[in-house]
Structure formats: C-alpha cells, structure tokens
Write a protein that binds this ligand. Structure first.
Ligand SMILES: [Zn+2]
Length: 412
C-alpha cells in the first residue's frame, strides 16, 4: 500500500523547509526566501500549493504608507491533525493533536487487559473510540504516532508486547487498516524526542531523558538524532545493575537492576523492609506519597530510603552522562513528579561525581509539566518527520562543522 504524509508536503524537502519556517514565524515571502535559501519564485510556488491545501494563509498587515500592503504568510496548525497513542502507561490512551502538538480532543482511554489479550485489535478499538468521541475525517490525519513499552526488531518490522515472545506487525497492520503513516517508538525515546522537538529552536542537540515510574527508562538524543540502536531498543536504562545483593528482576534475569531499586514499587518495598507500615489497602502510589510526606517532615527512615534512591539513580545517571555528554538532562515520571526535590538531589550527585568535562554547561529540567510525556512523545514522532528545524540541516554539513570548530579544525 502507498503510505503518504499528505500530498507533496513531506516528500518535498523544500516544501517542508518553507512550511517549517512559516510555522516557526509568520513571515513575508521575501523573508522566507532568505531563511530557507530558496529563490523568491520557488517560495511563491510552494506557498501557493500550501495555501491550496490549507496549511498557510496570507495575512495582511494593513495599510503601509500608500504602497503595496505587506503580506505575511501564516501557519494554520489545524490544517491537519495527528493521532497520538500511548500504550506505555497504566491504561492505553489516545488523543488528537494539531500540527503544533497541542491536544485538540480529550484523552480517550482503553483497557489494559484488552491490550494484553489482543494488542492490535485493542489499539484499533481505541482509535475508533477516539473518532466516535471526537469525529474527524481520515483525510485530515497526517500520521499516527504510538509510544510503547516492550521491544523492537526494526529490521524485521517486529514489535514485542512486554513479556511476549510472539512478534506483532503493529505498524503494518495499523497502516493497512487506517491508510495513514504509523510510527512506533519506545515510550522513553518518544518522550526524549518530544522534549527535543520543543527545544529545537534553541539549537539544543543533545538531550538525555530519564523516566522514573513503575519502571526506569531513558531516551537519548545525540547530535540531533534520536538514538534507536541496531534493533530499536537503545536507551533501556532500567536494567543496569546497581546492587548485586538486590532483588531478582524477572524481566532481565539479574539481581538489583535499577528498576528493582529506584522504581515506584521498589522504593515503597524498601521502605516497608525498613519498617514503615503503610495503610493496608493503599495503592503503590499512595504508599509512595506517604513516604514523600514522611521525608518532607524529616522522618529518618524515609530520608534514608531517598538517600539510597539518590545514590543509585545518581550513580547510574552519572555514567550515562559521562558516556553521551548531554547538554540537557530531563527527568520525569511519578517518582520525580511527586517528589521534585529528588531532581535537585540527583543533579547535585551528578555534578559532584561526573567527569569534569562532561558537566560543563550541563542543565537539568523536569519533564513536561502536564505529565503526558508519552502522549506528547507519540505526537512528536509525526511532528519530527514533518517539520525541519530551520538552520538545523546545515549543522550536519561538513563545512559548517569546520566553521563550528572555529577554523582550527581539530578533526582534520
Ligand atoms: Zn532488570
């Protein structure tokens, strides 16, 4: 089947350049020609085609000294929509976003048991539910991004639901069913991409994203590329062993991996072993919040638990920072969101223990405040294919790289 990202918009690099420039800033055709390094007539032709498809409109700036009115080209974010699906949380979610990544529907939720029984069928039903609640026409959908837990075998087009050995062809099946491009990604990688897509205009190109929730995972953007690895599983940070005497992990077969020390459940379990009694019917999250409240009031055992989390998470994160040398470290997930003080503790640990050259200019941030980073990540999978960060494409060019090296070109 032919998979299209809407008419000529994505196939043509110059069209993407112009559209991306307009999206970044409402501009005149002359400005667009300058920004994109395209000729004025080329820009004019592209704008005409984009206007016909509804992606841009002309906006008049009003009277201008009796001469010709300056016409600005304006981006229309609702020209098309993106479907974002998150299969990585406690319940599957789907949402509709505009071309700026803003949610334009409420979040529709599915059932995790159904997802486990019949992953593909369950995702199809989830998207049909979204369409029932927020009717849309399929020809207005530019792509479907999905952030998942589990693993990939990209060369063979396979996706494995967590704990399953039967390969799924989820991407192919959904493209076949809905006739729009589908992109799948590990949820932490998608979230890293989303953090990067939001910050691209600032010129940032190296981001380490760490999610600490029921599991621990990471996503890496290195030199302006999302790192996927050979099969698509790069960034799986949770199974780094941090305590040989720790609990057994059925997922990786090791003892004391990060996920079994620093995840939501593991922290609460450790507190229980240290003698803290939680109310009997409370959830893991309630237990965790209880522990946070105790830590904030200076409770010794709770503080000891968090000191251990800081130590193991800090140590593992420091290694990762030393390896990839990020400019920005973004941390999210309920372990952090319910106790943001942990971000400060981890930052202090990393700064104190990192190789001096890896921490120069290193910044720290909390992940997207609305806490839907995997849904934003799913949408970013499509946004990233559609839009080019203007100026970014030239950085990869070798001559620019030499300029960047200040003419001294240490690599030559
Ligand atoms: Zn493990």
């Amino acid at each position: 089947m032919s998979v299209h990202l809407d008419s000529s918009v994505v196939r043509d690099i110059n069209t993407r350049k112009v559209l991306s420039a307009v999206r970044q800033k409402m501009s005149t055709r002359t400005e667009l020609a300058r920004i994109t390094h395209l000729s004025y007539p080329t820009v004019g032709t592209i704008i005409k085609a984009l206007a016909k498809d509804g992606f841009v409109v002309d906006e008049c700036l009003g009277e201008f000294g009796g001469g010709r009115k300056p016409m600005l080209v304006k981006f229309v974010p609702t020209a098309r929509y993106i479907i974002g699906v998150n299969l990585g949380g406690a319940e599957p979610q789907a949402v509709l976003s505009d071309l700026n990544g803003a949610f334009v529907s409420s979040i529709v939720k599915g059932n995790i048991e159904h997802l486990e029984e019949d992953t593909t069928g369950s995702v199809i039903r989830l998207i049909e539910d979204l369409r029932n609640v927020h009717p849309f026409s399929w020809d207005r959908i530019i792509g479907l991004g999905i952030s998942v837990r589990g693993s990939f075998d990209i060369p063979n087009g396979h996706y494995y639901y967590p704990g399953r050995t039967t390969p799924l062809r989820l991407q192919d099946d959904l493209e076949e069913r809905f006739g729009v491009p589908v992109i799948l990604e590990r949820n932490a990688s998608a979230a890293a991409l989303s953090e990067w897509v939001r910050r691209k205009p600032t010129g940032i190109r190296n981001i380490l994203f760490i999610n600490v929730d029921k599991g621990v995972s990471s996503g890496l953007v290195v030199d302006g590329q999302l790192v996927r690895g050979f099969l698509g599983n790069a960034g799986e940070f949770g199974h780094v062993v941090v305590d040989r005497s720790g609990e057994f992990c059925p997922d990786c077969g090791q003892k004391g991996c990060l996920e079994n020390v620093a995840s939501l459940g593991a922290i609460a379990d450790e507190a229980r072993r240290e003698g803290i009694l939680f109310p009997e019917h409370d959830s893991v999250l309630d237990n965790y919040r209880d522990l946070v409240a105790r830590a904030r009031s200076g409770h010794d055992v709770a503080l000891k638990c968090f000191a251990r989390v800081t130590e193991v998470l800090g140590r593992a994160t420091t290694s990762l920072v030393n390896v990839i040398n990020p400019q920005l470290l973004v941390v999210g997930g309920r372990v952090i969101w319910h106790y943001p003080e942990l971000l400060d503790a981890i930052s202090d640990f990393v700064v104190a223990n990192c190789w001096p050259y890896s921490k120069q200019g290193l910044e720290f941030a909390l992940a997207t405040e609305d806490k839907h980073n995997f849904l934003h990540g799913a949408i970013a999978l499509i946004l990233d294919r559609l839009f080019i960060s203007i100026g970014d494409e030239f950085v990869a060019d070798w001559n620019s790289h030499r300029e960047f090296m200040g003419g001294r070109n240490r690599l030559a």
